[in-house]
Design a protein around this ligand. Structure first.
Ligand code: KG4
Ligand code: ZN
Length: 345
């Protein structure tokens, strides 16, 4: 049987992504138009600028992906698009473009949850993911630990109650003048740094909850800088702070993974989202999984950061389970990715 293909569109934040993805996971063509240069002067994503840049990037990115795929609109089975969570103005650009294509081609529109897309990216590379699994999805906007059941559905175990972990990386980079996005720069400098030089306490939430919490780390980092501003003129202090900060964040992330493993019988640990590009997180998660006797699967970097191939993969899952969206589909800026919430005890 020949493989069917759908078109996927992702515009939830600051990357304009388009991909043509097959039902068996073939990615025929995929492009991401980055907006980093637009947001760099502000050290973070500016929503208004993001929506305008999506408007400029959308059509050329779509054309280049269709050309590379060698397909025409009428060859597609469906149009999948991220409907949330994300920035309202950014989501609207992708949604309206997808609706236009759906109308023009008379192909069904499929709404995709962005975070489920990050989880599904793992299935593109590893179609036989051993389930059930724990999936740690970490990015600039979200920090979630999920239980993925044998049918591929998600239950949320842990979420952040304040900043996302990628946001913490970006804020440290801003304090140290390392540019945007900050995570890759912190990761790079941390390799030459001493992770024991600066102390970071793990958060203890007063209500005893097992949520993630990252806002305290940036305050602690600021205190370290203010305590000895002269030292930070030297690159070694900057590298040491990056290493200490990164090590503390990874410890916090993996601590909850260990607790979740003690409460749920799982076969594998999955890492996705932009922060899953982090070299220390990848290394220590792999070591932890080996210790626990399970496999650790990590997406390749281009499938960790926002992209449309992952939206295509989740689009197929939804489409094959009857998912069809109406043309009045609205952006769902706080859309939930999971069917139940089962906080750790
Ligand atoms: O998934 P993503 O592309 O977009 C969101 O949905 O947010 O993730 C972007 C985030 C940014 O915060 C960026 O600093 C972070 O991922 N990031 C990293 C690394 N590469 C990207 N954080 C730490 N280490 C990295 N190597
Ligand atoms: Zn994302």
């Amino acid at each position: 049987m020949t493989e069917r293909f759908l078109l996927a569109i992702e515009t939830s934040c600051d990357d304009t992504g388009v991909a043509v993805v097959g039902e068996r996971g073939t990615v025929l063509a995929a492009r991401v138009a980055s907006q980093d240069e637009h947001h760099r002067p502000y050290h973070g994503v500016v929503p208004e600028i993001a929506s305008r840049a999506h408007l400029l990037n959308m059509e050329p990115t779509y054309r280049s992906v269709m050309d590379a795929s060698g397909l025409n609109l009428e060859d597609l089975a469906a149009i999948a698009v991220t409907s949330g969570p994300g920035l309202v103005g950014s989501l609207l650009v992708g949604l309206n473009f997808a609706k236009g294509l759906s109308l023009a081609s008379n192909r069904p529109l499929v709404a995709v949850n962005h975070i489920r897309g990050h989880v599904r990216a793992l299935f593109l590379e590893y179609p036989q993911v051993p389930l059930p699994a724990l999936a740690l999805i970490t990015s600039g906007g979200h920090t979630h630990l999920f239980l993925v059941n044998t049918s591929g559905d998600l239950a949320l175990l842990v979420k952040t109650r304040d900043d996302a972990v990628g946001e913490a990386f970006d804020k440290l980079a801003k304090m140290l003048g390392l540019g945007f996005p900050g995570g890759p720069a912190v990761d790079r400098l941390a390799r030459q740094g001493d992770p024991k030089r600066f102390a970071f306490r793990q958060p203890k939430l007063s209500d005893g909850s097992k949520d993630y919490s990252f806002s305290g780390y940036k305050t602690a980092a600021l205190r370290h800088i203010q305590a000895q501003p002269q030292a930070f003129r030297h690159e070694q202090a900057v590298s040491d702070l990056c290493a200490s900060f990164q090590s503390a964040l990874v410890t916090h992330l993996l601590d909850r993974v260990k607790q979740a493993f003690a409460q749920h019988a799982v076969e594998s640990l999955l890492l996705g989202g932009g922060v899953a590009c982090n070299s220390e997180l990848r290394r220590r998660a792999t070591d932890l999984a080996a210790e626990l006797g399970i496999g650790c699967l990590v997406s390749q970097p281009k499938l960790c950061t926002d992209n449309a191939a992952m939206i295509g993969a989740e689009g197929w899952f939804q489409f094959q389970h009857g998912g069809r969206a109406a043309l009045d589909l609205a952006p769902k800026i706080k859309a939930k990715a999971y069917c139940e919430y089962r906080p750790l005890r």
